[in-house]
Ligand binder design. Sequence first.
Ligand SMILES: NC(=O)c1ccc[n+]([C@@H]2O[C@H](COP(=O)([O-])OP(=O)(O)OC[C@H]3O[C@@H](n4cnc5c(N)ncnc54)[C@H](O)[C@@H]3O)[C@@H](O)[C@H]2O)c1
Length: 286
Amino acid sequence: MEHGVRKVGVVGSGQMGGGIAQVAAVAGFEVAVFDSASGALEKCKATHDKLLARAVEKGRMEQADADAAKARLTYAESMDALAGADIVIEAVVENADVKKAVFADLDKRFTGGEILATNTSSISITEIAAATTTPERVIGMHFFYPVPVMKLVEVINGLATDSAVTARVLALSEAMGKKAVPANDRAGFVSNRVLMPMINEAFYAWMEGVAEPEHIDEIMKLGMNHPMGPLRLADFIGLDTCAHIMNVLADGLHNERYRPCPLLDQLVVAGRLGNKTGRGVFDYSS
Ligand SMILES: NC(=O)c1ccc[n+]([C@@H]2O[C@H](COP(=O)([O-])OP(=O)(O)OC[C@H]3O[C@@H](n4cnc5c(N)ncnc54)[C@H](O)[C@@H]3O)[C@@H](O)[C@H]2O)c1
């Protein structure tokens, strides 16, 4: 099926929204990116300029193509600039109330059957869709960080998502140079449903003294051919985020076996959140 998209609206210009806007513009789409925080858009534009300049420098892109991509990008201080978009991709903070308010607003602004997508990594697509009057056009488009590098888009159907909307979003993701894979709306989708319990189990193995953290990571790297061990990956993601997603799984799947390992919770309350605080499982202070 054709995606039928000419213009892409992006709400939220942070790490993910900025990356999504960049990838869409490079792929030839007209893009308007909106953020509610002062300073966020300038930071987003500066990141685009830097990454596109680096791509030209490394010979991965022609200067003319980088200039054309930049010309297709609008940094908007008002949501009005998103008018005319055929799809809006939301990438604001991971907070259900904030996302639902954004979707209720989008539902009123976009009344021509435009697709409304969310990049949430753990909130129910069905719950977000229920904030609109048109849940059939709401879908999950789960990109991975860093967006220009990571190939996957997990495309998640809510309970009411129209199959034609899914087909268009799969085609659009491919047109953005990604590999799109469909999934359904259950807590954690596929990516976090499988990844996070593995990480959590690594904390149990450490807590029970099965092996030291370095050895747990070494075994998983060399034995399973993983590029990074689960405990270092947890530090990279943020231990607070890992614990939060385990609680989302436990609540959403009605199963206590998904609760965070006590040791994971303990490191979080100690403020050892991973790379971002200088210490998590491992020490990053030096
Ligand atoms: N960081 C990751 O690795 C990752 C991976 C996949 C999915 N996600 C999801 O992507 C989303 C964004 O994450 P991020 O890492 O880019 O966060 P971020 O904090 O870098 O960016 C969020 C941006 O949203 C803006 N914002 C907040 N409320 C807004 C509103 N009402 N209207 C417009 N803008 C608003 C903020 O000003 C900020 O610039 C979250 O739902 C997150 O779960 C993140």
